[in-house]
Design a protein around this ligand. Structure first.
Ligand code: NAD
Length: 304
């Protein structure tokens, strides 16, 4: 069980091999970690198994013999099921092992699962990430960690394979708290960029010129710089590829839901986040939930 910093060769269970989990798992495998992988979709594990990972039919099987287990799943209920469900990982993890949930979930669930893990002698960190699938592939994610600082020190070499910036944010739940605060800014600023492009289009402003001017002005922000929502402006923007994700609108809606529920529990009013959340919910209603969240522009844009 890891008490000194983990090294390549450590047995790692990786559960959840979607847009983010797959490239993250590939990096760990390439760095020499011994990976056992599980996803509820059998086809999601194929590439990793071809690259040398061992497949597991359940989270429990993946965690059997693992010193570190990582989950990268959509939301709290998925993490709860993968950890404490009938075939959950916690039943197999040995005392002293470390469980790292890298999904974006709500702080109360992160704290409750950390307590459940602790009752079994398993140390849990919440470690959500910021950065796209490209950041996952090249190991430049920002990782926001909640939990014991000593446990983080042990698994830091592994997290360093995944992230360019690993930040200890506080106790259990602090990582996801910081991540939700980040999502408020990312989600609302994308709507602002979309509104700006919708008006500029109506006024006949050249979209490239708008990008060049605003990215050097006070309106500059990450949403603009990575996702101008019309084609012909930035080759890497999802708008160039019919809004293929990227980061799905449905996941942004989920993150703003988590932020709003957390704010309500603490009597904090988030009126702009509430309005942005309605727009991301409409994306799913109109069949756009699997597109990049910058496709929110298509709800606002009026054709010329
Ligand atoms: P995704 O939907 O692409 O992948 C999730 C994977 O989990 C899927 O392969 C699914 O089959 C699997 N899964 C779901 N429930 C399961 C279960 N009970 N057991 C086993 N496998 C299960 O999602 P993603 O984009 O990889 O995002 C994962 C997390 O990371 C989310 O919380 C998201 O908010 C966060 N995130 C995503 C991005 C991004 O750019 N996509 C960036 C930062 C953070």
């Amino acid at each position: 069980m890891p008490e000194t910093p983990v090294m390549p060769e450590t047995a790692v269970a990786f559960i959840g091999l979607g847009t983010m989990g797959r490239p993250m798992a590939e990096r760990l495998l390439a760095a020499g970690y011994r990976l056992t992988v599980h996803d509820r979709l059998p086809e999601a594990v194929k590439d990793l198994v071809a690259a040398g990972a061992a497949p597991a039919a359940s989270a429990r099987e993946a965690a059997t013999g693992a010193e570190v287990a990582i989950t990268m799943l959509p939301n709290g209920p998925h993490v709860r099921e993968a950890l404490t469900g009938p075939d959950g990982a916690l039943a197999a993890l040995r005392p002293g092992s470390v469980l790292i949930d890298m999904s974006t979930i709500d702080p109360p669930t992160a704290q409750e699962l950390a307590r459940t893990a602790s009752d079994q002698g398993v140390r849990m960190l919440d470690a959500p990430v910021s950065g796209s699938s490209a950041g996952a592939a090249d190991g430049t994610l920002t990782v926001m960690v909640g939990g014991d600082a000593g446990t983080l020190a042990e698994v830091r070499p592994l997290l360093d394979e995944l992230g360019g910036r690993i930040v200890h944010c506080g106790g259990n739940g602090a990582g996801v708290s910081v991540k939700l605060a980040n999502q408020i800014i990312a989600g609302t600023s994308m709507v602002a960029v979309a509104e700006s492009y919708a008006l500029a289009r109506r006024l006949g402003v050249d979209p490239r010129l708008l990008f060049d001017v605003v990215s050097a002005s006070s309106g500059d922000c990450w949403s603009l710089r990575t996702r101008p929502p019309v084609p012909g402006v930035l080759p890497s923007s999802p708008a160039e590829h019919d809004f293929r994700p990227g980061f799905k609108g449905a996941l942004m809606c989920k993150d703003l839901d988590l932020a709003l529920a957390t704010a309500a529990a603490h009597a904090v009013d988030l009126p702009v986040t509430l309005r942005a959340r309605e727009l991301y919910a409409r994306m799913s209603e109109e069949g756009l939930g699997e597109r990049d969240f910058s496709a929110v522009f298509t709800l606002l844009a009026t054709e010329d």
